[in-house]
Design a protein around this ligand. Structure first.
Ligand code: SF4
Length: 340
C-alpha cells in the first residue's frame, strides 16, 4: 500500500499550540524511511493532551499504527518498557535521553518558545557576582545563547557547566542531577526556568546563592533553602520515632537503585530498625497505606520524598536524610539526593 506524502511542518503546528517546539518531522521521516509498522507514543502530563492529535498526525503521514502510553510519565528515566515490547519504535516526548536507556526509543525534546530576555534583564538586578553559573532545564536550553548575550550586555560572565553522566547538555540540570552546576567554580548561579525544585536543588547541592529567572512569567527571585531544610529536619525527627521502615525501590529503569536500597536496609538494621525492601512502579500514598509501615526511605526519584511529602501520612526520607537519622551523617552535611 502506498504511503501518504510527508506534510512537513504540519505535526509541528500541534505542539506549537501548546507553546512547545518538538521535531515531530524527524520521527515521521524515521518511521517512513525504516517502514515501521507500530509506533509507541509517550509524553509527560504537560504534553499529554497533545498525544491524540500527534498520534492522528503520525498515523496519517506514515500509515503506522500508533499506541499511546496512558500511564504517568515523569522523565527520561521512565520509558514505558512494556509498550516498547509491542512496538517497533517508541517516541518519548519532552525529555532528553539519559546516559543509558532502553533501545528503540527516539527522544524528542520539547523546547518552550518563551523569550527569556526580559526575565534575565530583571535578574541582573539581583545578581551580585561578575561571573555566574548559568543553569536550566531541557525546555529552555536552546535559549541559553540569548541568556549569555543579556548577561554580557550587563558585564556579567555567564559560565556553563559541562554535560556528563545523566546530563546531556552543558548547563542542563535534572531534579536528580546537578553535576553541571557543581563542576564550575562560581559564587552565584542563575537558573532559567519555572518552579522551585531545580533551583532549590542547585542551592543545596552547591551551597551557593541562586537567582531564578522565569521566562514564562518574567518573575525573578532569590532562592531561600531554609524553609525546605526546616521541613526536612522536622520529617527526620518524626521518622526517628518509627521502628518499621519501608525502603522503596522503583521499577522504573532510570530510577532503580537496588544496591543503595540494600545499603540503607543494612544501615537501618544495624541501628535497631526493622527494614523492608518494597518494589513498586508508581510511588503513591495509597500504595503504602496497607503495608503497616511507620516511615519510608525512597531510593526512587528524589522528588518523591522532597516534593510530594505532604501527600503522605507517614514520613518519607531520602537516603542521605536516613543517614542523618541514624547518625551516619551530621545534619550540617545535609546532602541533596542525586543520581549518577
Ligand atoms: S529521577 Fe526524577 S528528577 Fe531524575 S530524571 Fe527521573 S523524574 Fe527527573
Amino acid at each position: 500500500m502506498g504511503r501518504a506524502p510527508l506534510t512537513v511542518g504540519s505535526s509541528r503546528d500541534i505542539t506549537r499550540e501548546l507553546g512547545y517546539d518538538i521535531d515531530l518531522d524527524r520521527a515521521v521521516e524515521l518511521i517512513r524511511k525504516s517502514n515501521l509498522l507500530r509506533v509507541g507514543l509517550q509524553a509527560p502530563e504537560g504534553l499529554k493532551r497533545a498525544t491524540v492529535a500527534i498520534a492522528r498526525q503520525i498515523a496519517k503521514e506514515t500509515g503506522s499504527e500508533v499506541i499511546i502510553s496512558g500511564d504517568p510519565c515523569y522523565g527520561a528515566c521512565d520509558v514505558d518498557l512494556k509498550l516498547c515490547e509491542e512496538v517497533d519504535l517508541m517516541l518519548h516526548l519532552g525529555h532528553a535521553e539519559l546516559n543509558e536507556g532502553p533501545e528503540k526509543v527516539l527522544f524528542l525534546e520539547a523546547r518552550m518558545r518563551d523569550d527569556p530576555r526580559l526575565a534575565v534583564e530583571k535578574a541582573t538586578l539581583l545578581l551580585t557576582a561578575e561571573r555566574v553559573g548559568v543553569t536550566t532545564t531541557i525546555q529552555h536550553l536552546h535559549k541559553l545563547a540569548q541568556v549569555m548575550e543579556v548577561l554580557r550586555e550587563h558585564r556579567i560572565e555567564g559560565v556553563l557547566g559541562p554535560a556528563g553522566g545523566r546530563v546531556k547538555y552543558a548547563g542542563q540540570v535534572l531534579g536528580c542531577c546537578y553535576s553541571s552546576a557543581k563542576a564550575i567554580e562560581v559564587s552565584e548561579y542563575l537558573f532559567i526556568g519555572t518552579g522551585q525544585f531545580h533551583p532549590l536543588g542547585i542551592a543545596l547541592a552547591t551551597g551557593k546563592r541562586v537567582v531564578v529567572a522565569d521566562p514564562v512569567t518574567c518573575n525573578v527571585s532569590e532562592i531561600d533553602p531554609d524553609p525546605l531544610l526546616r521541613r526536612r529536619f522536622g520529617t527526620i525527627v518524626r521518622a526517628s520515632k518509627a521502628n518499621r521502615f519501608a525502603v522503596l525501590i522503583s521499577k522504573k529503569h532510570g530510577q532503580k537503585r537496588v544496591d543503595l536500597a540494600r545499603r540503607i536496609k543494612n544501615l537501618g538494621e544495624a541501628n535497631g530498625k526493622e527494614m523492608f525492601l518494597i518494589y513498586l512502579d508508581n510511588i503513591e500514598p495509597d500504595r503504602l497505606i496497607n503495608l503497616g509501615i511507620e516511615a519510608a526511605v525512597s531510593t526512587a526519584c528524589p522528588r518523591v520524598a522532597l516534593d510530594d511529602a505532604a501527600k503522605y501520612k507517614i514520613p518519607i526520607l531520602t537516603p542521605p536524610e536516613f543517614e542523618v537519622l541514624v547518625g551516619e551523617r551530621p545534619w550540617e552535611k545535609y546532602a541533596f539526593d542525586e543520581m549518577e
